[in-house]
Design a protein around this ligand. Structure first.
Ligand code: ADP
Ligand code: DP6
Ligand code: CO
Length: 337
């Protein structure tokens, strides 16, 4: 029996490419911010194209993220943070496989020089800024002139969260329903919230043992709790829209924290158990809850890693720094013109 035919990434990308590529003779450099989801993307309905089970909503991290330069070279080579990676590392292979979708069999060999100013593979969304910056650079290097919607859908095929990292500010990724996934892309929301701050509590910045992709698969395959997730995500997206349009910080923070902990509950309910927390992660959570008891409106969110991202407003920055020490604080809207 023949397997049902599944569209590949290459099938989808091909439809948007010119028949002959022109490569830039000059290097091309693009930056994309990392992003933190307030309603998480957790679970794929289709793995080849990275199509999500639920829509998600994030906030981008301004100047924190990835800068990627593409230039012509004698042989393909991938450099991360100033060091050349060997060709058989999963990192280099994923980058080259993504470039292959665009150059296909044309004889263009490239140097990819990518720099993350956030830790790589530590739950601070390096895959998001990494594949967004690479998508922007490919678009420019090969003069593809793709629309934002198409580019976001392509970035999504590199890493789901990358669909949201093409933009600053609040960004929503609609799950879509088409088989080819071309209605599954992100768009920025028009809203701004200049007093919003994000504090990064770096508990550990080493590479996580289980990457987001395998963590998601394990959760879907083994956690019966996951059944409750899609409905919660839908509810949380609509709450976040209200919170953003009413500038209701309490609703924003409660929704984000509850969403993150619910996602982590599905991870913990997987087998083998998937616990991204470390003792210091829990200690930081307890500090957040203590501050709230003292009347300071502060909430947290967490991704597939041990680090916390604090959510608070500018007027409480001094209190937060007193409680957490010299953590990095991002003003996400200072990057939005
Ligand atoms: P994170 O929480 O950092 O997003 P993931 O497990 O989702 O962790 O993804 C880490 C992977 O993302 C890396 O192993 C690599 O494949 C990819 N990645 C990270 N940074 C970049 C980059 N600058 N360019 C291309 N890919 C990247
Ligand atoms: C917990 O986008 O890293 O950070 O699509 O498999 O590359 P792949 O996974 P990735 O997953 C991110 C998961 C998350 C939640 C989120 O960013 O929405
Ligand atoms: Co990631």
């Amino acid at each position: 029996l023949k397997e049902p035919y599944v569209l590949t990434k290459a099938d989808v990308v091909e439809r948007y490419l010119p028949s002959l590529l022109t490569a830039s003779s000059e290097p091309v450099t693009c930056f994309a911010p990392s992003n933190i989801a307030l309603c998480k993307y957790w679970g794929k309905r289709e793995k080849e194209l990275n199509l999500p089970v639920n829509s998600s909503l994030s906030i981008s991290l301004g100047h924190l993220g990835t800068q990627t330069t593409l230039s012509l070279a004698e042989v393909d080579q991938v450099w991360l943070n100033g060091e050349r990676l060997t060709d058989d590392t999963p990192f280099a292979r994923k980058v080259i496989a993504f470039i292959d979708l665009f150059r296909r069999d044309q004889a263009v060999t490239l140097k990819v020089d990518t720099r993350n100013n956030i830790p790589t593979a530590a739950g601070l969304a390096s895959s998001a800024s990494g594949f967004a910056a690479l998508s922007l650079a490919i678009n420019q290097f090969f003069a593809l002139d793709l629309s934002d919607d198409v580019l976001s859908a392509f970035a999504r095929m590199g890493s789901g969260s990358a669909s949201r990292s093409l933009f600053q500010g609040f960004v929503e990724w609609e799950m879509g329903q088409q088989e080819d996934g071309m209605d599954s892309f992100a768009r920025p929301l028009v809203a701004r919230w200049d007093t919003l701050r994000i504090g990064l509590v770096k508990v550990a910045t080493g590479e996580k043992k289980v990457d987001s992709r395998s963590g998601m698969t394990r959760t879907l395959e083994t956690a019966s709790l996951y059944q409750a997730w899609p409905a919660q995500a839908a509810r949380d997206i609509s709450r976040l829209h209200s919170a953003i349009s009413d500038k209701d910080f309490q609703l924003l923070g409660e929704t984000a924290e509850h969403n993150a902990l619910s996602m982590h509950a599905t991870m913990i309910a997987s087998w083998p158990p998937l616990v991204y927390w470390q003792p210091d992660s829990l200690a930081a959570m307890q500090k957040v809850w203590q501050l709230r008891e003292q009347g300071i409106p502060i909430y947290f969110t967490m991704d597939a890693g041990p680090n916390l991202k604090l959510l608070f407003e500018a007027e409480y920055e001094a209190d937060v720094l007193t409680a957490f020490g010299e953590i990095e604080v991002v003003s996400p809207f200072s990057a939005v013109p």
